[in-house]
Design a protein around this ligand. Structure first.
Ligand SMILES: Cc1cc2nc3c(=O)[nH]c(=O)nc-3n(C[C@H](O)[C@H](O)[C@H](O)COP(=O)(O)OP(=O)(O)OC[C@H]3O[C@@H](n4cnc5c(N)ncnc54)[C@H](O)[C@@H]3O)c2cc1C
Length: 401
């Protein structure tokens, strides 16, 4: 099975500005390693917060070649957990702060698109449905929506299945949206003005006379500071991440175009373990299946598996029997970085004065994007990680916030 995503196949041509050979004698204010949504969002924020800084983004593949170009393109508020679960896990204030952060991040994407009207990234302000797959989950959703409304968020409880497809109840969030993730990340990269170097794998870092040398397979770049945005590949790069960041896989398929529009919202179901949307050209995207394959959906291999793909097709056929005969056109897998407590990890790499990281946005990196990017940029400027995501929390067992 191939693993080219629908987004990679349809993103079109894009020429980032630089080649590494022309940069070897420059001193960058910041080099960001990793051109996914986390690294590019930080570059975009740096352009606003430190417009005089000379910033480069390097990636061993293309911009958006990792999870960012392999996701479902959902801009969905909150974390993977239902809000009631989040409140039990992190407390009310932290849960509200995280939800508000994702709402703010989405607002910044809307503002970005409004300021750049020529940018086309298939942004669809369609709203989302979160569907309960069981009566127990429906109760959890009812509690979640009540808590969200009390906390000032505008979501609606639907005590039945609004799609009539075998679910129990739903939450409607009118603010959520769909997007083409690679087109978005490229547009942000261009707007950031950063020097972007693709196909430039970083092999190591070295402190040298008060600056940092960034060693790649084809040369060495020099910077005042470095931001690692490596997601699930972080443990391969530095052993510090080995017991903190865990690479988990997710899989998706996209069908050939279907002639009728059956769905106008992005949809999460079964506690987020299954999700689907109908794309603007009529295709259906189905993803997830990790709950049934928790033991095997780990690591960084981006090859889809027959077992998970069959599970996803069975899910589609059960809830959308009219799509059973529609051929599948794309199948792929992607790697997410997870932490034990479900939150992103920002901080400073021990042993280096000026090496920072922003890693592990779990299954919601598009939702977290611009706000976590802003916090990462602020961390580079202030030298202080944001309290909510500070990696030092993992050194304090039992302190859930
Ligand atoms: C199947 C799937 C579905 C998902 N659906 C959604 C969704 O709908 N909505 C949502 O919000 N989130 C979703 N996610 C999660 C989201 O995609 C991630 O949280 C987000 O993309 C992470 O961004 P990132 O920049 O941290 O990582 P990545 O996009 O993985 O970027 C990391 C980059 O680092 C580069 N790199 C690694 N090592 C090196 C090195 N040594 N040198 C140079 N470069 C290096 C990689 O090439 C890669 O481009 C999904 C994820 C998957 C896998």
């Amino acid at each position: 099975m191939t693993s080219t995503s629908f987004w990679q196949a349809t993103a079109g041509d894009w020429q980032p500005a630089a080649t590494a050979a022309r940069m070897l004698d420059r001193l960058f204010d910041c080099i960001i390693v990793g051109g996914g949504i986390a690294g590019i969002s930080a570059a975009y924020a740096l352009a606003e917060l430190q417009p005089r800084w000379c910033v480069a983004v390097v990636d061993r593949r293309q911009v958006g070649g990792g999870a960012t170009g392999r996701n479902a393109g959902f801009l969905i508020a909150g974390t993977a957990d239902h809000y009631a679960v989040s409140v039990a896990k992190y407390g009310r204030t932290t849960s509200r702060d995280i939800f508000a952060l994702t709402v703010a991040s989405h607002r910044r994407i809307r503002d970005f698109l409004a300021r750049h009207p020529t940018v086309d990234c298939d942004y669809l302000p369609c709203g989302s449905l979160t569907l309960a797959g069981t009566a127990r989950e429906a109760e959890m959703l009812a509690q979640s929506v009540a808590l969200l409304q009390e906390d000032g968020f505008d979501l609606t409880w639907i005590p039945h299945d609004p799609l009539g497809r075998g679910f129990y109840a739903a939450i409607h969030n009118p603010q959520d949206a769909g997007i083409h993730p690679i087109k978005l990340v490229r547009a942000l990269a261009t707007a950031s003005g950063a020097t972007v170097v693709e196909h430039w794998p970083v092999t190591g870092l070295e402190a040298d006379r008060g600056t940092l040398l960034v060693h790649g397979t084809t040369g060495i770049l020099r910077a005042e500071r470095v931001l690692l945005a490596l997601n699930g590949e972080a443990p391969t790069f530095a052993s510090f991440f080995a017991n903190k960041v865990f690479p988990k896989r997710g899989q998706i398929f996209v069908t050939a175009p279907y002639g009728r529009r059956l769905l106008d919202k992005i949809v999460y179901a079964n506690e987020g373990y299954e999700y689907f949307r109908q794309l603007p050209d009529g295709r259906f995207l189905f993803g997830g299946g990790r709950r049934a394959f928790a033991e095997t959906e780990v690591g960084t291999d981006e090859t889809p598996t027959e077992a998970v793909q069959a599970h996803l097709e069975a899910f589609r056929n059960r809830h959308f029997p009219e799509l059973t005969a529609v051929p599948v056109a794309y199948r792929w897998a992607g790697t997410m970085g997870f932490t034990d407590d479900g939150l992103p990890l920002l901080g400073q790499l021990p042993g280096y004065e000026q090496v920072w990281f922003t890693i592990a946005c779990h299954g919601h990196g598009m939702g977290f994007s611009l706000e976590v990017g802003r916090q990462a940029a602020q961390m580079l400027i202030d030298g202080t990680p944001p309290p909510l995501f500070d990696a030092q929390r993992l050194d304090t067992p039992g302190d859930g916030g």
